[in-house]
Design a protein around this ligand. Structure first.
Ligand SMILES: *Cc1c(COP(=O)(O)O)cnc(C)c1O
Length: 495
């Protein structure tokens, strides 16, 4: 019998409840204590499509949902620019490939999970709380907001409200959000930076819950601690492996390494889950930008947030508290809830914790951490384009650089798959700088210039933003967020 428990107290929930609640009441995250029992053998997955693998994983890890095949169909069919492969593997050399995760509707890797999470939530609502409406409240620094808006658009029983910092997102990201279509979406700019925005949204959650204003509403968020966001990410590790088998780059059973540009630790944790489910994964390379807290943790065992926060050219990895690491602490300690609670308690009081030598050793058997600073990142984009004619976005460049450092240091002969989390066309300013091009003015002009120079194609959904109409104009101060949300909830809206 599959069930979930909280990483901190062990309180239990079934899959539908875990998806609906997102986070456990004790503040912990939902994990499946018997994860390794849900293995998929290679003979089962070889030759299967991404849709089939994705359904098999849903069926194994979230068995409470009625019809995984239909969920996957509805979530992905016709929405990805590369058809049913969803996440194509590009071979760069004999032992090096890139897995492209950015072919979804908003050209963000987060589309992969946010195409399914809304359907999981919608079913959980229909079956567990049919009288209630779900309101998704999200503060975004860019990529999560646009992927969440598109994923939740017109999903029944759910409305979504996204706040973004007025001057804290790129022009393309802003335009993606304010031109979003759908009758259940709303977008609002906040004066301030992302932290102000996020803090105010958290405050709104607490005040509205405390004020008892939520009788017929479930207020939740779309962030990456929801188990319904993690599970849909596992399939692409299996898919990468089947693609390598199909092109005969590896033999069945051979170990493959993955290098993952890491922020909140969701993407790389999905790789760890795939390994626990039996995929022949060698090392998982945890790649960080100048905010190298995870590299330091994986080398010393100390997770210490008392350090300077850097704004980098890979903003989705600018993060000091990687929430999903809590799930890894649970698994690596074999489900020791007291250990996890102690670490999280220390993190909240002292801003740091340290794990024992033996725990560190176990972590290092599975993971290793490498860092690429700003200079390394930009140089990597340039070098890879010159040597291979392949254009990287800054997040992927961090992972590429980490993969090279790892190969050099360990002399590993295993095939390396670098996960690519964004289209280079979402970060035209950095790409122009790396290639030595002078910006032409707008991001759209730069996209066309890069197209011409690199003979690659900008995603259609980004180019067409230039002429799309803006639907949302609201700009508010952060002190107005609570009343704005309250008013939004009271409107209810018919769904
Ligand atoms: C979210 C994001 C990441 C980080 O993924 P996590 O699952 O949070 O570790 C990396 N790159 C891009 C472009 C992202 O949007």
């Amino acid at each position: 019998m599959t069930y979930f428990e909280s990483t901190r107290s062990g309180s239990k929930a079934d899959g539908l409840t875990a998806v609906l609640e997102g986070i456990a009441e004790d503040g912990g995250l939902f994990v499946d204590p018997n994860l390794q029992e849900h293995s998929l053998c290679l003979d089962e997955i070889e030759g299967k499509s991404s849709f089939e693998i994705s359904s098999m994983i849903l069926h194994a890890l979230l068995p409470g949902f009625e019809d995984p095949e239909k969920l996957v169909q509805n979530g992905y069919q016709g929405k990805f620019s590369c058809g049913e492969i969803l996440t194509p593997l590009v071979r760069i050399s004999d032992d090096f490939s890139v897995l492209e995760l950015f072919h979804g509707p908003t050209s963000a890797f987060k589309d992969v999970a946010l195409s399914l999470l809304p359907l999981l939530m919608s079913e959980a609502r229909r079956r567990n709380e049919p009288e209630k409406q779900i309101v998704i409240l999200t503060a975004t620094s860019g990529d999560t907001g646009k992927a969440a808006l598109e994923g939740f658009r017109d999903v029944s029983g759910i409305r979504i409200l996204v706040f973004y910092p007025e001057n804290g997102v790129s022009e393309v990201q802003r335009k993606q959000m304010v031109s979003q279509e759908g009758r259940n979406v709303r977008v609002c700019a906040v004066k301030g930076n992302f932290d102000d925005c996020q803090t105010a949204v958290k405050k709104a959650f607490l005040e509205l819950k405390r004020g008892g204003l939520l009788q017929n509403v479930i207020l939740t968020s779309a962030n990456s601690i929801n188990i319904g966001r993690l599970v849909p990410q596992i399939f692409y590790y299996f898919s990468a492996y089947t693609q390598l088998l199909a092109e005969r780059s590896i033999q069945k059973g051979e170990l493959v390494d993955f290098s993952v540009p890491t922020g909140n630790f969701g993407d790389i944790l999905a790789g760890y889950y795939a390994k626990k489910m039996g995929l022949p994964v060698g090392k998982l390379i945890c790649a960080s930008n100048q905010n190298r807290i995870l590299t330091d943790f994986l080398r010393t065992g100390e997770y210490d947030t008392n350090r300077t926060f850097h704004q980098t050219s890979s903003p989705s990895m600018d993060i000091l508290v990687s929430s999903n690491l809590e799930r890894l602490l649970y698994y690596v300690s074999e489900g020791d809830k007291k250990f996890v609670s102690d670490c999280m308690q220390r993190l909240s009081t002292e801003g740091k914790y340290k794990v024992s030598e033996s725990t560190l050793k176990r972590l290092q058997e599975e993971f290793c951490g490498y860092t690429a600073d700003e200079e390394k990142t930009v140089k990597c984009i340039r070098k890879v384009f010159e040597e291979h004619g392949y254009l990287l976005d800054p997040h992927t460049a961090v992972a590429w650089s980490a993969a090279e450092q790892y190969k050099k240091e360990t002399n590993s002969q295993r095939h390396m798959v670098v996960l690519s989390t964004a289209s280079p066309y979402t970060f035209t300013d950095v790409v122009c700088r790396a290639l030595g091009l002078t910006s032409k003015g707008t991001a759209y002009q730069d996209m066309r210039m890069i197209e011409g120079l690199t003979r690659t194609e900008a995603p259609r959904n980004l180019l067409k933003l230039e002429s799309s109409a803006e639907r949302f104009q609201d700009v508010i101060g952060r002190e107005e967020i609570v009343s704005y949300v309250q008013k939004y909830i009271e409107e209810r809206g018919e769904l």
